[in-house]
Design a protein around this ligand. Structure first.
Ligand code: ADE
Length: 340
């Protein structure tokens, strides 16, 4: 790549970029929130979450003050909840230092919880217009095709090499458009699966993989470890229009609310309930549900059990489950299938 190709890329970006809410602001706080949400989550999904979040928490002071349960509710469905907790940790640190926004120094940003090289680069280049590259999955795909890069971008030296290359290239261009033009090219043209739209690509003439029609072979895919499958039985215990819930203590989805479950299949539910001295009126099978996390898969069978008497556990109405408690996506579909 050279200066001309970057000029072509940025011209393409300015003409073709999507109208996204975080592209109407230069507030580092808002850019930060959008970038953290966009990690692991698709743009179309993020838009509504971003708008709600910013409306309720327009600055770091508000973020630092919000109750954790409300924060998790705002994040409900986005997954990777530690991202939300880290946002608040950062806000608390910054507010305690008397700051009103994120720092504009790379070193300071990197010292904050949950802010890595990508996020720091995105904040610095997009909000503060500094020559600091940000390399995410989209950018890795673009670069690995342009240079037919066979090495792994997880390797620190490889990432650093490309960071330096981008840093040199971004000198004569607006940093915000530079960063987002690579991201946008990866999202709209240099597509991950299927066929990339090379004929529309402003970088086709400098793309080495395109010259030899090997776009699909890059980035080199490493074999992933298969996910561990966990069979679960989920109990939706109901009592007079309320549902038994509990707060998760496990590391996965920690602090979110769920229906009770056990990590095995139950062949005879009546027998199980009798053995546990649970008095019920009716058992209804709610179906099978699968939820995929990064390293684990839950294969769940859910049962609704209408109780005759309530125990001392926590019970919530359906409205409370929807409005108040943060229920992870894994249980949301079960919640929707409940028979009233
Ligand atoms: N993915 C990561 N950052 C993004 C941005 N600023 N706009 C669109 N998609 C993105």
């Amino acid at each position: 790549m050279n200066k001309e190709s970057i000029f072509d890329l940025i011209t393409w970006y300015q003409k073709n970029k999507r109208d996204l809410p975080w592209r109407h602001t230069k507030d580092p706080y808002k850019i930060w929130i959008s970038e953290v949400m966009l990690q692991q989550t698709r743009v179309e999904t993020v838009i509504d979450y971003y708008n709600h979040f910013i409306e309720e928490l327009p600055n770091i002071t508000e973020l630092s003050l919000i109750k954790e349960e409300r924060l998790l509710k705002l994040w409900e469905g986005l997954g990777y909840y530690s991202r939300a907790r880290n946002l608040q940790k950062c806000a608390k640190i910054l507010v305690s230092q008397g700051k009103e926004n994120l720092p504009n120094q790379r070193k300071e940003l990197l010292s904050l919880p949950g802010i890595g090289k990508y996020t720091a680069g995105a904040i610095l280049s997009i909000a503060y217009m500094q020559e600091e590259p940000a390399i995410d999955g989209n950018v890795i795909r673009v670069l690995s095709r342009i240079y037919k890069e066979k090495r792994d971008f997880l390797n620190k030296n490889v990432k650093e090499e490309y960071t330096n290359l981008l840093k040199a290239l971004m000198k004569d261009f607006p940093s915000d458009d530079f960063t987002q033009s690579f991201i946008e090219l990866g999202a709209l043209i240099c597509l991950p699966n299927g066929t990339p739209k090379c004929t529309e690509c402003p970088l086709q003439s400098v793309c080495q993989a395109h010259q030899t029609k090997e776009e699909a072979n890059y980035p080199i895919k490493k074999k992933k470890n298969p996910r561990k499958v966990v069979l679960k039985t989920v109990f939706v215990y109901t009592y007079e229009g309320t549902y038994q819930i509990q707060k998760r203590k496990e590391e996965l989805l920690h602090g979110l609310y769920e229906f009770p479950s056990i990590d095995k299949e139950i062949n005879n539910m009546e027998e199980y309930l009798q053995q546990h001295s649970i008095k019920y009126q009716r058992i209804q099978y709610l179906g099978e549900y699968k939820h995929i996390f990064s390293h684990i898969e839950w294969h769940m069978k859910a049962y609704q059990i209408d109780l005759i008497e309530k125990n001392s556990k926590k019970y919530a109405t359906k409205e409370e489950l929807i409005k108040k408690y943060s229920i992870p996506t894994a249980f949301q579909r079960i919640l929707k299938s409940i028979k009233e």
